[in-house]
Design a binder for this molecule. Structure first.
Ligand SMILES: *Cc1c(COP(=O)(O)O)cnc(C)c1O
Length: 397
């Protein structure tokens, strides 16, 4: 650990991450470069936040143009940018209303608050009795309420007590949802594909069945598409693969074009209208800089057909991974360009990531045994071939 950048970060920073030993200084498209000038293929894209590729020229231009005009004014005033961004997001997702925040966790919190208030004011649940249901192995963020919904020991231990009214059920099991619902249930929060939980694709028909159950019991179905949304899985929203229309959707990560934190809670009018002025807010949420970058990010996604690319290149990537002959590979799964390679637990996925780093491939394990491949959606077949070649060198044959 003689690298002075690493030393300084370790000395002055909190140790809530354990980064791979590489210091990045520049990015362009699918590539990033370290402080020694070595080039890497980015298979992480910042947990899917960099779907458009690093420093996309159109997005950088939108950022610079808006930054030099007007950046932050707070929601105490209107701007000439926010309405256009919200309109575009509503058009593309089919929702009536959108509430802007910055990070994913804030969008999730917004959804949970909306669901509780909707339960009290619309559904008629008695004061402070509303219940929220989420799934085992979920990842929805890091606030106290959200880790209260987590089943991951490390995310929770030391951070209690948690708010009451939170329940978790097994993922991929629609019967478990129906059993968990009571007259006090406000909402069911679900990832269409579990991202941080190990890139887990639920059985076909699961989301559709959950949608029907939620309708039947007047429970809001909220899809957390912060990682799976915006083309990542080969559909604009992952819930669209099964033609599911949830009551609300959460977007974040790639919504900021890899440049800026921008998130949205999208829902129908009846739900959004539970918020009155002063009920909820964010100093930075909906600022014109974020709105401009967010609008440009949505436009580039359409113009460059990144959803279609994710579908096509994802199929190619999965086929290449499945063709690798190695006794340690246990499973290849995912949709579009959200792909997990599960390996035998005797070979730590972390060690494979360290070896890949030496071969110029940047990625990180998720859930201990799964190596994540979630590159920018602009990746080419030739770049995928380079990743496969490196993997063949690193995995025992
Ligand atoms: C990353 C993520 C979040 C949290 O987003 P932050 O911007 O890190 O707060 C929430 N839900 C899902 C599914 C995510 O992948």
């Amino acid at each position: 650990m003689t690298n002075p950048f690493i030393q300084r970060e370790e000395r002055y920073g909190a140790h809530n991450y354990s980064p791979l030993p590489v210091v990045l200084t520049r990015g362009e498209g699918v590539y990033v470069w370290d402080d020694a000038g070595k080039r890497y293929l980015d298979m992480m894209s910042a947990y899917s936040a960099v779907s458009h590729g690093h420093c996309h020229p159109k997005l950088v231009a939108a950022l610079i143009e808006q930054a030099s005009k007007l950046s932050i004014v707070s929601r105490a005033f209107y701007t000439d940018k926010l309405g256009m961004f919200l309109e575009r997001a509503c058009q593309l997702t089919g929702f009536e209303k959108a509430l802007p925040m910055n990070t994913g966790a804030e969008a999730v919190e917004t959804a949970l608050k909306a669901a509780r208030k909707w339960a009290y004011t619309v559904k008629g649940v008695a004061k402070d009795e509303a219940e929220l249901i989420a799934c085992e192995g979920n990842f929805h963020g890091r606030t106290i309420a959200i880790v209260g919904l987590s089943t991951e020991k490390q995310y929770r231990d030391g951070f209690g007590p948690f708010p009451p009214g939170l329940k978790t059920i097994s993922y991929g099991d629609a019967d478990a949802l129906e059993k968990a619902i009571t007259p006090n249930t406000a909402a069911f929060l679900v990832e269409p594909i579990k991202g941080e939980g190990g890139i887990v694709v639920p059985p076909v028909g699961y989301l559709k069945a959950c949608e029907a159950i939620c309708r039947k019991h007047n429970v809001l179905m909220i899809c957390d598409e912060i990682q799976t949304g915006l083309g990542r899985t080969g559909a604009f929203l992952a819930s669209m693969h099964e033609g599911v229309k949830p009551d609300a959707v959460l977007l974040g990560k790639a919504l900021g074009g890899g440049l800026f934190p921008v998130s949205l809670f999208l829902t129908r009018k009846e739900v959004m209208d539970v918020f009155a002025p002063g009920d909820h807010g964010s100093t930075f949420g909906g600022n014109p800089l974020g709105a401009s970058v967010g609008l440009a990010a949505l436009n580039v996604l359409q113009e460059e057909k990144l959803t279609e690319r994710a579908s096509k290149l994802g199929q190619y990537f999965v086929a290449c991974l499945k063709a690798i002959k190695s006794p340690v590979i246990k499973d290849v799964r995912g949709k579009g360009l959200l792909i997990g390679l599960e390996i035998d637990e005797r070979l730590p996925a972390h060690d494979v990531c360290l070896e890949l780093l030496k071969h110029g491939i940047l990625t990180k394990e998720t859930h201990r045994t799964v190596i994540r491949f979630a590159p920018p959606l602009i990746i080419t077949e030739a770049q995928i071939d380079d990743v496969i070649a490196a993997l063949k060198k690193v995995l025992p044959g």
